[in-house]
Design a protein around this ligand. Structure first.
Ligand SMILES: Cc1ncc(COP(=O)(O)O)c(C=O)c1O
Length: 391
């Protein structure tokens, strides 16, 4: 491995949500806490990305940015090389994050009371994104056979008949599925049949393990391209979330025009200067780093799977196909969700995401972020095992 993912980098007192925000979020603080919750990683981005931002900072002046051409080229190059997707420059609009993008798209594409389908357990801002924008939440719960999650297509077909939009999470946070081409085709064909638009949140699209392949939803067919919007970002891949580098890729000219109006109405313009530099450098130079990162994450996931099976057999880890977010079935412990949360916070001093926050089907599960040096993961797993042994 040519890159260093092992060094533990101190992040406390850097106004960092994961490490500094536990008091306001969970009511706990202290140097003995190990936060493995919110979805950013403990890794420094590739040196080329850091250097690009340092060069910009050294120049000193941070006036209004332009140079969107180079940004578009970098984005298009990445989509072509990593995802086999040919996009035109004008398809890509930027937004200050994928969550704002998804929410603004819901605002743009629906009227009050319209139905929007989501597939819980799922990334929790999808719930508020639908409800806070005056829409009706239609939940198409994923099926779980104790090993693997799949989509419930029968229920989906019912729900789509009441819906205007579907928000897809692909790859899926938190259950770690990388949806197959067949699954996406089946979902997409149902959406075409019932005239439902798809907002495809593909923020984890680069983080896919060996043996699995991510398919960009809009790249699957022209019909899907015309009915979908792909929201993505280099933020998970390269640990750039604080720069808010959201991208909204819209092949359909009418949807694009409408979304442009929304951006204009909100006064949202180009990404900030550091974001532009970082995205360009990440997409131009970041591939070798990403290839190593994927090996490292897969190594962490394999280590964790073996550890959980051997040391915490009452907990079952759902086999991940991608992302750095591991999903653990703790229902065998027989604890109420709040009791499980307290056990982890007080006994293990471990901050994880509680499954119930991801909606129906998440109760009794926990989500653990393994985007960290292996030593940190070992520490976290040791804490988890010891706390569970006290039960
Ligand atoms: C599926 C999904 N969408 C969006 C986000 C956040 O995106 P952003 O930080 O760009 O708003 C996350 C972060 O965890 C996520 O998992």
């Amino acid at each position: 491995m040519s890159y260093d993912f092992d060094t533990v980098i101190e992040r406390r007192n850097t106004a960092c949500l994961k490490w500094d925000g536990t008091k306001s979020r969970f009511g706990v603080a202290g140097d003995d806490l190990l936060p493995m919750w919110v979805a950013d990683t403990e890794f420094r981005p590739p040196q080329e990305v850091v250097d690009a931002m340092l060069r910009r900072a050294a120049h000193g002046i941070c006036g209004y940015p332009a140079d969107m051409e180079a940004y578009h080229q970098a984005v298009a190059g990445w989509m072509r090389r990593r995802h086999g997707w040919e996009i035109h420059d004008e398809w890509t609009l930027s937004a200050p994050g994928v969550v704002p993008a998804v929410n603004l798209l819901i605002r743009t594409l629906t009227n009050r009371g319209d139905g929007v389908v989501i597939q819980p357990p799922v990334y929790y801002p999808f719930f508020s994104g639908v409800e806070e924008n005056g829409c009706r939440l239609l939940t198409n719960r994923l099926l779980f056979d104790g090993e693997r999650y799949t989509m419930d297509f029968e229920d989906l077909e019912q729900k789509l008949q009441l819906a205007k939009l579907l928000v897809l999470c692909s790859p899926h946070n938190p259950v770690g599925r990388v949806w197959t081409r067949e699954e996406l085709l089946r979902l997409g064909e149902l959406c075409v049949k019932y005239g439902v638009l798809v907002i495809s949140d593909e923020i984890h699209f680069d983080l896919v393990f060996a043996g699995h392949k991510h398919n960009v939803f809009a790249a699957l067919s022209d019909a899907f391209a015309q009915r979908s919007i792909v929201c993505t970002s280099p933020s998970k891949t390269f640990n750039l979330a604080g720069l808010k580098p959201g991208m909204v890729i819209i092949p359909n000219a009418r949807i694009r025009r409408d979304f442009r109006h929304t951006l204009l109405a909100c006064g949202i313009g180009n990404p900030n200067v550091f974001c532009l530099e970082a995205v360009k450098a990440a997409y131009e130079f970041g591939e070798p780093w990403l290839n190593d990162l994927l090996d490292y994450l897969e190594g962490n996931a394999t280590f964790m799977r073996r550890f959980v099976a051997k040391e915490i057999p009452r907990v079952r880890m759902v086999r991940p196909e991608g992302t750095f977010l591991m999903w653990l079935d703790c229902r065998g412990l027989g604890l109420e969700p709040k009791a499980l949360e307290q056990l982890l916070l007080t006994k293990a001093r471990l901050v994880l995401n509680q499954g119930y926050t991801f909606g129906p089907g998440g109760e009794g599960f926990i989500r653990m972020n393994i985007g960290c040096p292996k030593a940190m993961l070992e520490d976290g797993l040791g804490r988890l095992a010891r706390a569970i042994r006290t039960l």
